[in-house]
Structures are given as C-alpha cells and as structure tokens.
Design a protein around this ligand. Structure first.
Ligand code: AMP
Ligand code: MG
Length: 486
C-alpha cells in the first residue's frame, strides 16, 4: 500500500499532445466536507487513503489544492448526442487530475467530477450536485458488485457552494477511477477535425496501455476495433440481463474500454418493462431499455467510421456483423444462469422470453421475481403457497412448465437454489432506494453509504440492513423523474 503522495504518478495522456486537452486547475468549492471514501476500493488499488487524513483529502476533492505531482487537464472530445454530431464537447465539469501506475503495472486515471468550469463547459457551471454524485457513487459499486464492467468511484465530497438546478442544490465532487477515460468521442473528435496522425497515436496509446496483447497482431487496428466491439457487446449484454437502463448512450458517454460510463438518469428496471425510458428528456425513446443493444451497434458504427483512416471498411463491417451474435450469446448465457438452466434445450429461449413477457403483462418485478424463484422450492410454486405479489393464475401456469424444466437439470433442488442465488441479486440499487440514500446524505447521515457499499459489493447474500432494501417499490415509491440536468 502506498500513500497518496507516493503513488507512481504519470501524465501519459497529456503527452499525446496539446490538441487533445487543456491544462486547467480545479476551481475551489466553499466549506467542503468529506462525505465518504471507499476504503475497500482504495485497498484493491494499493492506495493507503487513510494516512493522508480527512482534511487534506477533502481539500484535494474540493479543488482547494492539488498534489505537486498532479497536472490536471480537461480532455477534448466530441460525439453524437441523440444521433446528432456535436463538435463542442469535452470535459465540461470534470478534470483528469493525474494518472498513476499500480504495482502490477496497470495505469489508472483519477478524474474529479464537479471540479468547475473548463474551456469545454459551454457556459454551464462545471459543477455536480449531491443528488447525482451520490447516485454515481452508489451505482459504480452496484455495477461492480453485479459483475458489470464499470468505472469506479473512490471518494465523494460535498460543499456549501449553492448550485442552481431546477432548484438550488449543494455542490459535490466525485473522484472517479478508471483505467482510461477515453471515449468513442475522442476518436470522433480527431476524425472530424482532420487530425489523422493524432488519431493513430491515440489508437496506439490505448492498445499499448490497455490491450497490449494486440500489439503484435497482424492488423492491430482492425483487432483494436474488434476488441472494442467485443467489450461493448459484453457490457450491453450484462445491462440487458440485469435490467440496467443507461439513459444517455451518446457516443461521448461510451468508454473505449467497454466500461459503463457517465452515469446520469440511469435506472434498474423494477417492473419488467422492455420499453422503459429512464431519461425523461428522451422524448422519442431513443435510449429505451430494449433499444440499448441496437444503439450500441449504432455507436460502434460511428466509431468505425471515425477509424476509417486506420481500418479497411470491410474489416469494420466484419466486426460490426459479429456484434449482434456476440451480444445475443452473452445475454442468453447470463439469462440461462439467472433462470438456473444448465443443460441446453431447444425451448429454453422461449421459456425465458415467455416469463419476461408475463412479467411485463402482469406487472411483476424483474429482480424480485427471480430472487423469489431462487429462494423457494418448486413445491411452493402453487396458489396456496406462492409469494403474494407473484400469485397470478397465468404465472402459476408458467411456473408449472418451469418446474418440469428445472427437474431435468437437478435431482436436488437445493443445488438449483444455491446456483440461482449466486446470480440473482437480493439487493438492487433501485431508483427509490438511491433517492432515500440521497436524502439521508443530505441530512448528514453519511454512514448509510458505508452500509450500502457493503451490501452492493455482494448483493447476492443476505445483509444486516433495512428489510425494505430487498423489496420492490410500493406504488407510491415509483415514478421518480430523472433527467440529464444534474
Ligand atoms: P453528459 O450529458 O453528462 O454526458 O454531458 C454532456 C456534455 O455536457 C459533456 O461535455 C459535459 O462535460 C457537459 N456538461 C454537463 N453538465 C455540465 C455542467 N454542469 N457544467 C459544464 N459542463 C457540463
Ligand atoms: Mg458525458
């Protein structure tokens, strides 16, 4: 473990050249305070975050100071927002404070979100508020706990500085950690602004640091695009299998490493609604839940186009054609596991799909339903014994078929239950629960985040926490509106 001031800092991204970033220091916030630091994450990164002390940590998080070895920059990128190309994007409210290389030789970014204005702020305040920062802090841990590739959040601070949103809110900053913050939009920027040498250098850079196995490939840029396609397919397959709606799948919010990125109005499905739109500014439903796999492909096409000076169009097309089968294969594998299906039977996809359709029709909760099935024996799936929220004649009929199917795979039902519990979370960061945590943090109850992080790190086992955390929302807890403005 190394102290914060002893990490092996480097600035490899800034070394790529001046056109890719601007040197900017954070703008200090007033009367900052530490809300939480993720000690478990710090430990896995080999960082001794305690020895720096809360006071200095708070200064670093609030922009009141930086370490001498840091050299903060705002990254320039562009991207397609809701299908339209926008050349004016970039880190408008976050800074790449520094990078460091850990003891295993892996490089990590420290990115401070909410750190003030930059040349890419487009007149906005460069700030983040407690509400959205607590959401990002918790969802980063939730995704990781579910095994979904994601950026991480190391620490969270608040401040008295008032921030104007729909109403006045308090400022916050979040220290985000990821191997890289390079987005599809970085490549689009270099392509549309006519900088092919820089674009090639950026691809070489990502390959060197993050995909070193590709370095000796016969055609490394084609292999690079194929790798991005594969990672994106895997990430989105996980989203679909775990009911995660991102909400703003613009190409500037797509990580080149296939990490879930830039959390905004995201939501996990409560009731299974295949066409759910979690972003209330998404009027056309472009980013609705069921559209996500297709949008992933659209975004990869936009990236492929931006890489056309490096890769033959036929090779781009070949990779893109591989995307749908990859996502489908992974999604099926994850869903088979969630339903506890081991051997392969022709009708399995139909069995799973008919359950999802029934959940939608009957208004059943996606995660809760699967968790109940993983905690009960088929003998309990009858009218007299079934959980009251699932006790509907059509679902009981489906369960009769499902019971026959699982009997083919297990002589001991306990084995099925154990396997299913490992992949069906008991706890999910539902929108109303995140909202409850936000209100507690706003009231100064910061310890709640420690409990949440413990639960989310392993949501598949029972925890000592409020019992309603494992339940679907009541009707009056549904329908919280989320937009990009945060
Ligand atoms: P997002 O919807 O969060 O992905 O943001 C899209 C673009 O707007 C990015 O370039 C952000 O940096 C920028 N942006 C979002 N919110 C703010 C803000 N409060 N101040 C400055 N820039 C922002
Ligand atoms: Mg963004």
């Amino acid at each position: 473990m190394k102290r914060l001031d002893q990490l092996d800092y480097c600035h490899t991204y800034a070394d790529l050249g001046a056109s890719l970033s601007s040197r900017v220091n954070p703008t200090p916030l007033d009367d900052p305070y530490l809300i939480h630091a993720n000690h478990r994450l710090a430990k896995t990164l080999g960082i001794d975050i305690e020895s720096v002390g809360d006071e200095i940590l708070t200064q670093l998080l609030s922009g009141q100071g930086i370490l001498d070895s840091w050299s903060p920059i705002a990254m320039k990128y562009t991207g397609h927002q809701f299908g339209q190309y926008n050349p004016d994007l970039g880190d408008g409210r976050g800074l790449l404070l520094t990078e460091f290389v850990d003891d295993k030789g892996e490089k990590w970014d420290f990115h401070l979100k909410g750190s003030g204005q930059t040349p890419y702020s487009r007149g906005a305040d460069g700030r983040a508020v407690i509400r959205s920062s607590v959401r990002e802090y918790l969802i980063s841990a939730a995704m990781d706990g579910l095994g979904i590739p994601t950026t991480c959040a190391l620490a969270l601070s608040g401040a008295k500085t008032p921030i104007q949103r729909e109403e006045i809110e308090s400022a916050a900053t979040l220290l985000r950690i990821a191997p890289s913050h390079v987005r599809f939009g970085h490549f689009e920027y270099l392509f549309y602004s006519g900088q092919p040498a820089e674009l090639k250098a950026l691809a070489d850079y990502i390959i060197h640091w993050h995909m070193p196995d590709l370095e000796d490939s016969h055609d490394k840029y084609a292999a690079f695009f194929q790798e991005v396609t594969k990672r994106t397919a895997s990430m989105i397959a996980h989203w679909q299998a775990y009911g995660f709606c991102h909400g703003v799948m613009n190409t500037d919010n797509m990580s080149i490493l296939g990490l879930t990125f830039d959390y905004g109005p995201f939501a996990f499905l409560d009731t299974y609604l295949s066409k759910h739109i979690c972003n209330h500014s998404d009027y056309s439903g472009r980013y609705a839940f069921h559209q996500q796999p297709g949008i992933g492909q659209w975004n990869l096409s936009a990236l492929g186009y931006a890489l056309s000076s490096l890769i033959d169009s036929k090779q781009i097309e070949t990779s893109l054609q591989g995307y749908a089968p990859q996502i489908q294969a992974q999604y099926r594998r994850l869903m088979r596991a969630r339903f506890g299906l081991q051997s392969k039977h022709e009708n399995d996809p139909e069995l799973i799909n008919s359950c999802l359709e029934l959940m939608e029709k009957l208004g059943l909760d996606f995660h809760y339903t699967l968790r109940v099935l993983s905690e009960t024996s088929p003998n309990d799936w009858a009218e007299t014994t079934l959980d009251s929220t699932l006790n509907k004649p059509e679902f009981i009929t489906w369960l009769a078929g499902y019971k026959k199917r699982v009997l083919l795979d297990y002589s001991n039902d306990q084995e099925r239950q154990t396997l299913m519990q490992r992949v069906n979370p008991k706890y999910i960061l539902r929108t109303h629960l995140a909202q409850e945590a936000i209100e507690q943090v706003e009231n100064g109850e910061f310890d709640i985040l420690e409990t949440w992080l413990k639960v989310l790190a392993n949501p598949f086992v029972e925890h000592a926490c409020p019992s309603h955390w494992s339940l679907p929302p009541r009707n009056d807890q549904k329908g919280i509106c989320l937009s990009c403005s945060s």
